[in-house]
Design a binder for this molecule. Structure first.
Ligand code: SF4
Length: 290
């Protein structure tokens, strides 16, 4: 397998075969994100992808495949269908293919396009939402409005593809913390995803947001401020059926809840941590990572 640069994948794809379909992110403008700043965006050729799939075939049965890098759903429909077909041909044991996308690129696909991808085993889309606060979405250059995020979610779900949404604790700073949390709870209710992954903001040197932080224009909430945001997001949202996790390594308090079933229990556990303000109950700083 050949990988160009650092590879990122969601925690739930830890055991998946990673196929790098694109290099970098074609948006690459989010002010907090340093993941792909050193990569020039490119779509890998089908020949290179076939070589990787040939290598993967030697590894034995694989059930899950994740298409990296940052936003591989941006690949034009015909090429993406060709890639998915090749994954199915080389790895007939594959049960589910996952991919990252931002809302802008989901909205370039119709429901029918997404259904075609689903028929080729695209089973889950990881959508970086970060926040439901419309002004904050603009400020962090996310490239989509509240309404566009909701419409992107609708298309994915209508196509029968599982939707996993990522939100970012701390992205509103201290001043915007409560609004960020409440608006995120509101948009999560409107999007009604199958999964939510909450990450905590880690400021990455070289990003515009880190510059704001270094020059005093952005202040990050303390660990309990971040957990309070998590509490509001869970407490004020409402889902049909959602697995809500904050088990990413960036978080101070890992939680995993099936909502609405576990809502009261998980809120009680979070409240207990917030009341105690006991640092010993949090993930130590040196264990946190992106
Ligand atoms: S957060 Fe996602 S869409 Fe934004 S720059 Fe990073 S990889 Fe690209």
């Amino acid at each position: 397998m050949k990988y160009v640069g650092a590879i990122y994948r969601p925690p739930s794809e830890a055991y998946s075969l990673i196929i790098q379909a694109t290099i970098g992110c074609n948006h690459n403008r989010c002010t907090f994100c340093g993941s792909y700043r050193d990569k020039s965006f490119a779509i890998r050729s089908i020949e290179e992808i076939r070589e990787d799939l040939e290598d993967a075939r030697q590894m034995g049965p694989v059930e899950r495949v994740f298409l990296a890098d940052g936003d591989a759903l941006c690949i034009p429909q015909r090429r993406l269908k060709e890639i998915l077909s090749e994954v199915n041909r080389y790895i007939p044991s594959v049960q589910r293919i996952g991919i990252y996308s931002n809302a802008k690129n989901i909205l370039k696909k119709s429901v029918q396009d997404l259904q075609e991808l689903h028929a080729l085993r695209l089973g889950i889309i990881y959508l970086g939402l970060e926040t439901g606060d419309g002004q904050l979405l603009e400020k962090i250059c996310k490239g989509a409005t509240y309404e566009q995020m909701v419409e992107a979610a609708r298309r994915v779900k209508e196509a029968g593809i599982a939707l996993s949404v990522t939100v970012l604790l701390g992205i509103g700073g201290i001043e915007g913390s409560e609004r960020h949390a409440r608006e995120t709870a509101r948009i999560l209710t409107d999007m009604d995803p199958d999964y939510v992954g909450a990450l905590s903001l880690i400021l990455v040197p070289g990003t515009p947001l880190h510059k704001d932080f270094a020059e005093g224009r952005f202040r990050l909430p303390d660990p309990f401020g971040l957990i309070n945001e998590l509490r509001i997001m869970i407490g004020e949202s409402s889902f049909t059926h959602c697995v809500f996790r904050s088990n990413h390594a960036s978080n101070y308090l890992p939680v995993k809840a099936t909502l609405p079933r576990d809502k009261e229990a998980i809120l009680a556990a979070i409240d207990s941590v917030l009341r105690s303000r006991d640092q010993a109950r949090l993930r130590p700083e040196f264990l946190r990572a992106l």
